[in-house]
Design a protein around this ligand. Structure first.
Ligand code: NAP
Length: 538
């Protein structure tokens, strides 16, 4: 089939990253188009419509910072904004800047191949249409490939069953029904807390418990919003200086310089503070010092014991295999209190694993649970999964999935050697996965836009990462990873996922960079200022 279009730049994905990326390219006057697989924009916020889905970054640190007008106009209604409001926001942004006309929906890229002679990418969409582009910018998300479990009998179930990412658009009636939720990550915890008092019976199928602390959400009044607006410059400056891209600043008094009682008093205060303060504003030692982490974990375990009436259930909800903050921390509202309800039942899969899904419910090694609805809150093929879903062939026909089989290898999360002119926003081994996501996205988009503008100004037609520079970055990613206790955890940060072949356990995939975001950004800015010495520009 012949090619229908050629563009200077193709952006893939209309989520938080793609929306901003296409705006920047259009502002530069470039010929650019955005291809989105779904039938609308919004990415993660379009898809994750499950009850309880909301930000766990403060709304005003999550929103875009690039437009003063937008900051002046938009009123965040809650400290941690819920999914429907987040969709209103993203639509508002797209409409305000007239971006929809640069987006093509239902345009899923299934393959892309680099043409060394023509120095362009040939892209194939689902359905067979082909187009080409000088540069491709991937904005395809870090958690956009959901992974339902691989239990036998899933197709046999006669009730409703879906992964949280595919929660139906039409309201799912839950009142009076028997609902099973498999998975207790950030998603499962939000769903469970939200629906516990709305369903007939709720069965939570927990394989491993997660640490979780209060979100401490609250409405934002007109007056508070006015104060936030007046402080936006300061807010974004604070985020830019903090290691995780939040306003919370790590405590550097020194864990061991304080008494146990002083630490507990501090933690009592942090436990009441909103969002990730308990993690980001805590003593820095908790991430690397086992004894410090153990003491904090014991403190949080005490909080769970206080909140759950049945001591046996409380013990089952306390992680024993990893310390607090060594996996992605889910934040909750009344999650632990849900287990005090008579209609909520914890099924401990570490004692009695699921054997199969049946026509009428879930069969564990101990019991059969009759269910009307099964919710799979079983996570994602994180960070590299979305790349694996596109057949990407670089120089000499080399497959990206093959290059990354045992884990990604990138130049600072932005390019990968052998795949020229493919630029990745929030790519593997960038800081995006481990920080306040939109702050990292804006930095990524700004940097990529700078590089594209540089290419346009200098007539560059080919950009590739130097292999030695890429290798040095991979080594830095591994060093940063090995410095923290997270190195031993079994979560999506390290590429663990029992539902994906080859990602089950054992070998770590170094997928995210855990060094401080400000240093990462400064290094990238220096690269640009020095004319991109670690890239080959032709
Ligand atoms: P997740 O953290 O990977 O959790 C998946 C859960 O499902 C885990 O409890 C896992 O147990 C369980 N599970 C997976 N496969 C299973 C199987 N075959 N049988 C039984 N249990 C199984 O996924 P997630 O909860 O969707 O969260 C992913 C990330 O999305 C979060 O970490 C966060 O970054 C993001 N998120 C953000 C928000 C927000 O507030 N903004 C909300 C939700 C999610 P094991 O631990 O034993 O593997």
């Amino acid at each position: 089939m012949s090619e229908s279009e050629h563009h200077e730049v193709v952006v893939i994905g209309a989520g938080v990253a793609g929306i901003y990326q296409i705006k920047r390219l259009i502002d530069l006057g470039l010929d650019a188009v955005l291809l989105e697989a779904d039938d609308d924009l919004g990415g993660t916020w379009y898809r994750n419509r499950y009850p309880g889905a909301r930000f766990d970054s403060e709304s005003y640190t999550y929103g875009y910072s690039f437009s003063q007008e937008l900051l002046d106009e938009w009123h965040w209604k809650e400290r941690f904004s819920p999914q429907p409001e987040n969709m209103r926001y993203l639509n508002y942004v797209a409409d305000k800047f007239d971006l929809r006309r640069h987006m093509r929906f239902n345009a899923r890229v299934v393959a892309m191949a680099w043409d060394e002679e023509e120095r362009r990418w040939h892209l194939t969409l689902e359905g067979g249409e082909r187009l080409s582009a000088r540069f491709v910018i991937s904005c395809i998300g870090v958690l956009s490939v959901p992974t339902p479990p691989r239990y036998a009998g899933i197709e046999d179930f006669e009730g409703e069953a879906f992964h949280t990412y595919w929660w139906p658009k039409e309201p799912v009636p839950l009142e009076g029904r028997r609902v099973g939720v498999i998975g207790t990550g950030a998603t499962g915890i939000q769903v469970i807390a939200e629906i516990a008092d709305k369903v007939g019976e709720l069965y939570v199928f927990q394989r491993r418990p997660n640490w979780s602390t209060p979100l401490n959400n609250a409405p934002i009044s007109e007056e508070e919003m006015a104060e936030i607006r007046a402080r936006y410059d300061e807010i974004f400056a604070n985020c830019a200086q903090s290691p995780g891209g939040f306003e919370h600043v790590p405590d550097r008094r020194g864990f061991w310089n304080l008494t146990h009682e002083e630490r507990v008093a501090f933690w009592d205060e942090l436990y009441r503070r909103p969002g990730f303060a308990i993690l980001q504003a805590n003593f820095i030692e908790i991430f690397s010092d086992e004894a410090a982490n153990r003491e904090l974990s014991e403190y949080i375990a005490g909080r769970i014991r206080e909140r759950v009436d049945d001591p046996e259930i409380a013990e089952k909800l306390i992680p024993k295999d990893h310390g607090f903050g060594t996996q992605r921390l889910p934040l909750e509202t009344n999650y632990f209190e849900a287990y005090n309800r008579d209609n909520v039942h914890l099924v401990d899969l570490s004692e009695s694993p699921i054997e199969r899904i049946t026509r009428t419910g879930i069969q564990t090694s101990a019991e059969h649970y009759d269910l009307d609805v099964i919710v799979f809150a079983t996570g994602f093929n994180a960070i590299t999964g979305a790349f694996d879903h596109i057949d990407i062939r670089g120089r000499d026909g080399r497959e990206l999935a093959e290059k990354w089989r045992d884990g990604p290898s990138t130049w600072r999360g932005l390019l990968t050697h052998g795949f020229p002119n493919l630029l990745m926003v929030a790519g593997p081994q960038s800081v995006s996965g481990s920080t306040n996501y939109p702050r990292a996205i804006e930095n990524g988009v700004n940097w990529v836009t700078g590089l594209i503008a540089h290419a346009s100004d200098h007539g560059l037609t080919r950009i590739e990462a130097q292999p030695e520079a890429e290798q040095a970055w991979v080594e830095e990613v591994i060093r940063a990873h090995e410095r923290i206790l997270l190195r031993r955890s079994k979560g999506w940060f390290t590429g663990y996922n029992s539902n994906v072949e080859g990602h089950e356990a054992g070998k770590v995939r170094y997928q995210a960079y855990f060094g401080p975001a400000p240093k990462y950004v400064a290094t990238l800015e220096a690269q640009a200022a020095e004319g991109y010495p670690e890239l080959v520009l032709e």
